[in-house]
Design a protein around this ligand. Structure first.
Ligand SMILES: Nc1ncnc2c1ncn2[C@@H]1O[C@H](COP(=O)(O)OP(=O)(O)OP(=O)(O)O)[C@@H](O)[C@H]1O
Ligand SMILES: [Mg+2]
Length: 356
Protein backbone atom coordinates (compact mmCIF):
# COMPACT_ATOMS: atom_id res chain seq x y z
CA UNK A 1 0.00 0.00 0.00
CA UNK A 2 1.21 3.44 -0.86
CA UNK A 3 2.11 5.80 1.98
CA UNK A 4 1.05 8.79 -0.09
CA UNK A 5 -1.78 10.86 1.28
CA UNK A 6 -3.13 11.59 -2.19
CA UNK A 7 -2.25 10.00 -5.49
CA UNK A 8 -3.79 10.99 -8.81
CA UNK A 9 -3.16 8.89 -11.89
CA UNK A 10 -3.90 9.93 -15.46
CA UNK A 11 -6.88 12.06 -14.56
CA UNK A 12 -8.70 13.43 -17.60
CA UNK A 13 -11.89 15.35 -18.25
CA UNK A 14 -13.20 16.89 -21.47
CA UNK A 15 -15.89 19.51 -21.87
CA UNK A 16 -16.97 19.15 -25.52
CA UNK A 17 -13.80 19.64 -27.56
CA UNK A 18 -11.96 21.25 -24.63
CA UNK A 19 -9.71 19.03 -22.51
CA UNK A 20 -9.85 20.73 -19.11
CA UNK A 21 -7.76 18.04 -17.39
CA UNK A 22 -5.36 16.07 -19.58
CA UNK A 23 -3.70 13.04 -17.97
CA UNK A 24 -2.94 14.73 -14.66
CA UNK A 25 -0.52 12.86 -12.39
CA UNK A 26 0.05 14.28 -8.94
CA UNK A 27 0.97 13.08 -5.46
CA UNK A 28 0.78 14.66 -2.02
CA UNK A 29 2.51 13.40 1.09
CA UNK A 30 1.16 14.01 4.59
CA UNK A 31 1.65 17.68 5.45
CA UNK A 32 2.88 18.62 1.99
CA UNK A 33 1.79 21.89 0.37
CA UNK A 34 1.58 21.81 -3.41
CA UNK A 35 0.51 24.73 -5.56
CA UNK A 36 -1.28 24.23 -8.87
CA UNK A 37 -0.06 27.23 -10.82
CA UNK A 38 -1.11 28.34 -14.27
CA UNK A 39 -2.95 30.91 -16.36
CA UNK A 40 -6.71 31.39 -16.37
CA UNK A 41 -8.58 28.49 -17.98
CA UNK A 42 -5.71 25.98 -17.78
CA UNK A 43 -7.74 23.52 -15.67
CA UNK A 44 -6.74 24.23 -12.06
CA UNK A 45 -10.27 24.45 -10.63
CA UNK A 46 -11.42 21.50 -12.71
CA UNK A 47 -8.64 19.36 -11.23
CA UNK A 48 -9.60 20.39 -7.70
CA UNK A 49 -13.28 19.80 -8.34
CA UNK A 50 -12.59 16.27 -9.56
CA UNK A 51 -10.48 15.53 -6.47
CA UNK A 52 -13.22 16.94 -4.23
CA UNK A 53 -15.74 14.69 -5.97
CA UNK A 54 -18.05 17.43 -7.19
CA UNK A 55 -17.12 16.83 -10.86
CA UNK A 56 -16.74 13.28 -12.23
CA UNK A 57 -13.69 12.57 -14.39
CA UNK A 58 -13.78 10.79 -17.75
CA UNK A 59 -10.85 8.59 -16.83
CA UNK A 60 -8.05 8.19 -14.31
CA UNK A 61 -7.87 7.17 -10.67
CA UNK A 62 -7.63 8.92 -7.32
CA UNK A 63 -6.22 7.21 -4.21
CA UNK A 64 -6.30 8.52 -0.65
CA UNK A 65 -3.93 6.77 1.76
CA UNK A 66 -3.61 4.01 -0.81
CA UNK A 67 -7.35 3.39 -1.12
CA UNK A 68 -9.07 3.83 -4.46
CA UNK A 69 -11.57 6.69 -4.17
CA UNK A 70 -12.74 6.82 -7.76
CA UNK A 71 -11.75 5.49 -11.15
CA UNK A 72 -14.51 6.74 -13.44
CA UNK A 73 -16.84 3.86 -12.61
CA UNK A 74 -16.51 3.49 -8.83
CA UNK A 75 -16.82 6.72 -6.91
CA UNK A 76 -16.84 7.82 -3.28
CA UNK A 77 -19.22 10.67 -2.47
CA UNK A 78 -17.56 14.00 -1.55
CA UNK A 79 -18.63 13.80 2.11
CA UNK A 80 -16.82 10.46 2.55
CA UNK A 81 -13.49 11.55 1.07
CA UNK A 82 -12.24 13.37 4.19
CA UNK A 83 -11.28 16.33 2.02
CA UNK A 84 -11.80 19.93 3.11
CA UNK A 85 -12.42 22.69 0.60
CA UNK A 86 -12.18 26.42 0.49
CA UNK A 87 -13.17 27.77 -2.86
CA UNK A 88 -13.25 31.28 -4.28
CA UNK A 89 -17.04 31.53 -4.06
CA UNK A 90 -17.04 30.27 -0.47
CA UNK A 91 -20.05 31.39 1.45
CA UNK A 92 -21.15 31.15 5.03
CA UNK A 93 -24.72 30.14 5.71
CA UNK A 94 -26.36 33.55 6.17
CA UNK A 95 -29.10 32.34 8.52
CA UNK A 96 -26.68 30.57 10.90
CA UNK A 97 -24.50 32.36 13.45
CA UNK A 98 -20.72 31.92 13.56
CA UNK A 99 -20.78 28.99 16.02
CA UNK A 100 -23.38 27.17 13.91
CA UNK A 101 -21.46 27.84 10.71
CA UNK A 102 -18.26 26.40 12.17
CA UNK A 103 -20.05 23.34 13.60
CA UNK A 104 -22.07 22.70 10.44
CA UNK A 105 -20.22 19.55 9.31
CA UNK A 106 -19.80 18.13 12.84
CA UNK A 107 -21.92 15.70 14.80
CA UNK A 108 -22.41 15.53 18.56
CA UNK A 109 -24.12 17.11 21.52
CA UNK A 110 -24.90 20.80 21.37
CA UNK A 111 -22.53 21.76 24.21
CA UNK A 112 -19.61 19.77 22.85
CA UNK A 113 -20.19 21.26 19.38
CA UNK A 114 -20.24 24.73 20.95
CA UNK A 115 -16.94 24.03 22.76
CA UNK A 116 -15.26 22.62 19.68
CA UNK A 117 -16.53 25.52 17.62
CA UNK A 118 -15.23 28.02 20.18
CA UNK A 119 -11.78 26.44 20.29
CA UNK A 120 -11.59 26.60 16.48
CA UNK A 121 -12.59 30.27 16.61
CA UNK A 122 -9.73 30.84 19.06
CA UNK A 123 -7.30 29.30 16.59
CA UNK A 124 -8.41 31.74 13.89
CA UNK A 125 -8.34 34.69 16.32
CA UNK A 126 -12.11 35.11 16.48
CA UNK A 127 -12.85 34.35 20.14
CA UNK A 128 -16.06 36.03 21.19
CA UNK A 129 -17.51 36.16 17.66
CA UNK A 130 -19.61 33.00 17.99
CA UNK A 131 -23.01 34.63 18.35
CA UNK A 132 -22.54 37.09 15.48
CA UNK A 133 -24.26 36.61 12.15
CA UNK A 134 -22.19 36.48 8.92
CA UNK A 135 -23.42 39.90 7.71
CA UNK A 136 -21.98 41.48 10.86
CA UNK A 137 -18.44 40.37 9.89
CA UNK A 138 -15.83 41.96 7.63
CA UNK A 139 -14.62 40.04 4.57
CA UNK A 140 -11.46 38.93 6.38
CA UNK A 141 -13.44 37.75 9.42
CA UNK A 142 -15.79 35.79 7.18
CA UNK A 143 -12.74 34.12 5.59
CA UNK A 144 -11.50 33.10 9.03
CA UNK A 145 -14.89 31.60 9.91
CA UNK A 146 -14.82 29.71 6.61
CA UNK A 147 -11.36 28.42 7.51
CA UNK A 148 -12.53 27.30 10.96
CA UNK A 149 -15.49 25.55 9.30
CA UNK A 150 -13.24 23.85 6.74
CA UNK A 151 -10.76 22.50 9.32
CA UNK A 152 -13.45 21.52 11.86
CA UNK A 153 -13.89 17.91 10.60
CA UNK A 154 -10.03 17.51 10.65
CA UNK A 155 -9.67 16.73 6.95
CA UNK A 156 -6.56 14.88 5.79
CA UNK A 157 -6.45 16.93 2.62
CA UNK A 158 -7.41 20.56 2.10
CA UNK A 159 -8.13 21.99 -1.34
CA UNK A 160 -7.78 25.77 -1.61
CA UNK A 161 -9.00 27.41 -4.80
CA UNK A 162 -7.89 31.04 -4.51
CA UNK A 163 -10.17 31.53 -1.50
CA UNK A 164 -8.39 34.73 -0.50
CA UNK A 165 -8.48 36.53 -3.82
CA UNK A 166 -11.38 38.80 -2.80
CA UNK A 167 -9.32 40.38 0.00
CA UNK A 168 -6.94 43.32 -0.25
CA UNK A 169 -3.24 42.49 -0.60
CA UNK A 170 -2.05 42.73 2.98
CA UNK A 171 -5.09 41.01 4.47
CA UNK A 172 -4.81 38.27 1.86
CA UNK A 173 -1.16 37.61 2.75
CA UNK A 174 -1.97 37.50 6.48
CA UNK A 175 -4.96 35.19 6.19
CA UNK A 176 -3.22 32.90 3.73
CA UNK A 177 -0.18 32.63 6.03
CA UNK A 178 -2.40 31.96 9.05
CA UNK A 179 -4.35 29.35 7.11
CA UNK A 180 -1.23 27.48 6.05
CA UNK A 181 0.17 27.66 9.59
CA UNK A 182 -2.96 26.02 10.97
CA UNK A 183 -3.00 23.38 8.22
CA UNK A 184 0.69 22.62 8.78
CA UNK A 185 0.13 22.27 12.54
CA UNK A 186 -2.47 19.60 11.74
CA UNK A 187 -0.19 17.92 9.11
CA UNK A 188 -2.98 18.42 6.60
CA UNK A 189 -1.87 17.95 2.99
CA UNK A 190 -2.73 21.02 0.95
CA UNK A 191 -3.38 21.44 -2.74
CA UNK A 192 -3.65 25.14 -3.42
CA UNK A 193 -4.59 26.85 -6.66
CA UNK A 194 -3.07 30.14 -7.66
CA UNK A 195 -2.19 32.00 -10.82
CA UNK A 196 0.39 34.08 -8.96
CA UNK A 197 3.96 32.72 -9.32
CA UNK A 198 5.20 34.72 -6.32
CA UNK A 199 2.42 33.34 -4.13
CA UNK A 200 3.23 29.80 -5.27
CA UNK A 201 6.95 30.31 -4.60
CA UNK A 202 6.24 31.67 -1.13
CA UNK A 203 3.84 28.94 -0.08
CA UNK A 204 4.62 25.69 -1.82
CA UNK A 205 6.86 22.76 -1.07
CA UNK A 206 6.18 21.78 -4.66
CA UNK A 207 4.77 23.68 -7.62
CA UNK A 208 2.85 21.94 -10.41
CA UNK A 209 2.81 24.24 -13.40
CA UNK A 210 -0.26 23.74 -15.62
CA UNK A 211 -1.02 24.72 -19.20
CA UNK A 212 -3.94 23.65 -21.41
CA UNK A 213 -5.12 20.98 -18.99
CA UNK A 214 -1.65 19.44 -18.61
CA UNK A 215 0.97 19.61 -15.88
CA UNK A 216 4.01 20.81 -17.81
CA UNK A 217 6.47 20.79 -14.92
CA UNK A 218 6.61 19.81 -11.26
CA UNK A 219 9.28 20.72 -8.75
CA UNK A 220 10.40 22.71 -5.74
CA UNK A 221 10.19 26.49 -6.27
CA UNK A 222 13.99 26.77 -6.67
CA UNK A 223 14.14 24.04 -9.29
CA UNK A 224 11.15 25.17 -11.30
CA UNK A 225 12.46 28.76 -11.37
CA UNK A 226 16.05 27.91 -12.22
CA UNK A 227 15.49 24.93 -14.54
CA UNK A 228 12.33 25.77 -16.51
CA UNK A 229 10.98 23.05 -18.81
CA UNK A 230 10.45 25.39 -21.76
CA UNK A 231 10.33 29.02 -22.81
CA UNK A 232 6.76 29.52 -21.60
CA UNK A 233 7.55 27.99 -18.22
CA UNK A 234 10.49 30.40 -17.89
CA UNK A 235 8.29 33.35 -18.92
CA UNK A 236 5.61 32.47 -16.39
CA UNK A 237 7.89 33.41 -13.48
CA UNK A 238 9.51 36.62 -14.77
CA UNK A 239 10.13 38.69 -17.86
CA UNK A 240 12.71 37.00 -20.05
CA UNK A 241 15.19 37.95 -22.75
CA UNK A 242 15.23 35.70 -25.80
CA UNK A 243 18.16 35.52 -28.22
CA UNK A 244 17.64 33.34 -31.27
CA UNK A 245 20.30 31.54 -33.24
CA UNK A 246 20.78 28.67 -35.73
CA UNK A 247 22.82 25.60 -34.87
CA UNK A 248 26.00 25.11 -36.86
CA UNK A 249 28.25 22.17 -36.09
CA UNK A 250 26.57 21.72 -32.68
CA UNK A 251 27.28 25.36 -31.79
CA UNK A 252 25.17 28.49 -31.66
CA UNK A 253 26.59 32.00 -31.89
CA UNK A 254 25.37 34.61 -29.41
CA UNK A 255 26.53 38.10 -28.39
CA UNK A 256 28.02 36.28 -25.38
CA UNK A 257 30.09 33.90 -27.46
CA UNK A 258 29.50 30.36 -28.63
CA UNK A 259 27.12 28.05 -26.86
CA UNK A 260 27.34 24.30 -27.18
CA UNK A 261 24.06 22.82 -28.44
CA UNK A 262 24.53 19.05 -28.41
CA UNK A 263 21.77 16.90 -29.85
CA UNK A 264 20.42 19.58 -32.20
CA UNK A 265 20.77 19.15 -35.96
CA UNK A 266 22.52 21.84 -37.97
CA UNK A 267 20.08 24.56 -39.05
CA UNK A 268 17.79 24.08 -36.00
CA UNK A 269 16.60 27.38 -34.61
CA UNK A 270 17.12 27.71 -30.87
CA UNK A 271 16.12 30.27 -28.26
CA UNK A 272 18.66 31.26 -25.63
CA UNK A 273 16.69 32.59 -22.68
CA UNK A 274 17.98 34.66 -19.76
CA UNK A 275 16.06 36.44 -17.01
CA UNK A 276 16.72 40.21 -16.57
CA UNK A 277 17.96 39.67 -13.01
CA UNK A 278 20.55 37.17 -14.19
CA UNK A 279 22.34 39.48 -16.63
CA UNK A 280 25.47 40.92 -15.03
CA UNK A 281 26.72 44.42 -15.65
CA UNK A 282 30.43 45.02 -15.38
CA UNK A 283 30.42 48.34 -13.55
CA UNK A 284 34.19 48.64 -13.04
CA UNK A 285 35.21 48.62 -16.66
CA UNK A 286 32.18 50.58 -17.93
CA UNK A 287 32.59 49.34 -21.48
CA UNK A 288 36.16 50.58 -21.87
CA UNK A 289 39.32 48.58 -22.25
CA UNK A 290 39.42 44.88 -22.98
CA UNK A 291 36.32 42.76 -22.49
CA UNK A 292 36.24 41.00 -19.15
CA UNK A 293 36.71 37.27 -19.51
CA UNK A 294 35.88 35.08 -16.61
CA UNK A 295 33.95 31.99 -15.68
CA UNK A 296 30.71 33.66 -16.67
CA UNK A 297 31.61 33.55 -20.34
CA UNK A 298 32.32 36.21 -22.89
CA UNK A 299 31.14 39.80 -22.34
CA UNK A 300 29.10 41.81 -24.86
CA UNK A 301 29.52 45.53 -25.33
CA UNK A 302 26.20 47.22 -24.47
CA UNK A 303 24.86 50.76 -24.42
CA UNK A 304 22.07 51.90 -22.09
CA UNK A 305 19.04 52.77 -24.25
CA UNK A 306 16.52 53.21 -21.43
CA UNK A 307 16.69 53.19 -17.64
CA UNK A 308 13.69 53.07 -15.32
CA UNK A 309 13.71 53.41 -11.55
CA UNK A 310 11.11 51.15 -9.90
CA UNK A 311 11.88 51.56 -6.21
CA UNK A 312 13.43 48.24 -5.22
CA UNK A 313 14.86 47.60 -8.67
CA UNK A 314 15.97 49.52 -11.73
CA UNK A 315 15.10 48.12 -15.13
CA UNK A 316 17.73 48.90 -17.75
CA UNK A 317 17.47 48.26 -21.49
CA UNK A 318 20.80 47.66 -23.21
CA UNK A 319 21.42 47.81 -26.94
CA UNK A 320 24.04 45.35 -28.07
CA UNK A 321 26.36 45.84 -31.04
CA UNK A 322 24.05 43.74 -33.24
CA UNK A 323 21.19 46.15 -32.30
CA UNK A 324 19.21 43.68 -30.23
CA UNK A 325 17.90 44.98 -26.94
CA UNK A 326 18.31 43.04 -23.69
CA UNK A 327 16.70 44.06 -20.43
CA UNK A 328 18.54 43.78 -17.13
CA UNK A 329 17.21 44.40 -13.64
CA UNK A 330 19.55 45.57 -10.90
CA UNK A 331 19.17 46.86 -7.34
CA UNK A 332 18.08 50.46 -7.72
CA UNK A 333 21.06 52.03 -5.97
CA UNK A 334 22.25 52.11 -9.55
CA UNK A 335 20.58 54.11 -12.35
CA UNK A 336 22.86 54.77 -15.32
CA UNK A 337 22.35 57.50 -17.91
CA UNK A 338 21.11 56.65 -21.39
CA UNK A 339 24.10 56.31 -23.71
CA UNK A 340 26.47 54.93 -21.05
CA UNK A 341 28.44 51.89 -22.21
CA UNK A 342 29.07 48.79 -20.16
CA UNK A 343 30.17 45.23 -20.59
CA UNK A 344 27.28 42.83 -20.15
CA UNK A 345 27.70 39.21 -19.05
CA UNK A 346 25.26 36.32 -19.32
CA UNK A 347 26.30 33.62 -16.82
CA UNK A 348 26.02 30.28 -18.60
CA UNK A 349 24.25 28.55 -15.72
CA UNK A 350 21.40 31.05 -16.05
CA UNK A 351 21.05 30.71 -19.85
CA UNK A 352 18.38 28.23 -20.91
CA UNK A 353 18.41 26.84 -24.43
CA UNK A 354 15.11 25.71 -25.98
CA UNK A 355 13.93 24.83 -29.49
CA UNK A 356 12.44 27.93 -31.14
N1 LIG B 1 -18.74 22.98 -16.43
C1 LIG B 1 -18.03 23.31 -17.51
N2 LIG B 1 -18.53 23.18 -18.75
C2 LIG B 1 -17.81 23.48 -19.85
N3 LIG B 1 -16.54 23.92 -19.82
C3 LIG B 1 -15.98 24.08 -18.62
C4 LIG B 1 -16.69 23.80 -17.39
N4 LIG B 1 -15.85 24.04 -16.35
C5 LIG B 1 -14.70 24.50 -16.89
N5 LIG B 1 -14.76 24.51 -18.24
C6 LIG B 1 -13.67 24.89 -19.16
O1 LIG B 1 -12.53 24.12 -18.82
C7 LIG B 1 -11.35 24.91 -18.86
C8 LIG B 1 -10.65 24.90 -17.53
O2 LIG B 1 -11.45 25.61 -16.58
P1 LIG B 1 -11.00 25.80 -15.08
O3 LIG B 1 -12.13 26.45 -14.37
O4 LIG B 1 -10.51 24.52 -14.53
O5 LIG B 1 -9.77 26.83 -15.24
P2 LIG B 1 -8.85 27.51 -14.13
O6 LIG B 1 -7.45 27.08 -14.41
O7 LIG B 1 -9.40 27.25 -12.79
O8 LIG B 1 -8.98 29.07 -14.51
P3 LIG B 1 -9.09 30.38 -13.55
O9 LIG B 1 -7.68 30.72 -13.14
O10 LIG B 1 -9.66 31.41 -14.46
O11 LIG B 1 -9.99 30.05 -12.42
C9 LIG B 1 -11.80 26.30 -19.32
O12 LIG B 1 -11.61 26.40 -20.69
C10 LIG B 1 -13.26 26.34 -18.97
O13 LIG B 1 -13.97 27.19 -19.84
MG1 LIG C 1 -10.30 28.50 -11.32
Amino acid sequence: MSNLRLEIRNLSLRFGDRTAADSINLTLEAGQVTCLLGPSGCGKSTTLRIIAGVEPQDSGEIYIDGHLICDGTVTTAPEFRNIGMMFQDFSLFPHLNVWENVAFGLHGKKTSLRNRSESLLERVNLSGYGSKMPHELSGGEQQRVALARAVAPRPKIMLLDEPFSGLDDRLRDNIRDETLKILREDSTSVLMVTHSPSEAMKMADEIALMRNGKIVQKGAPYTIYNSPADCEAAAFFSDINIMTSNVEKSLIQTPFGEFFAPGHADGTRLDIVIRPQHLRIDFDRAGHGPAPTDAMGQAARATVSRARFLGQMSIIDFELEDNQILTASVPSVFLPKVGTRFWLLAPRKHCYVFPN
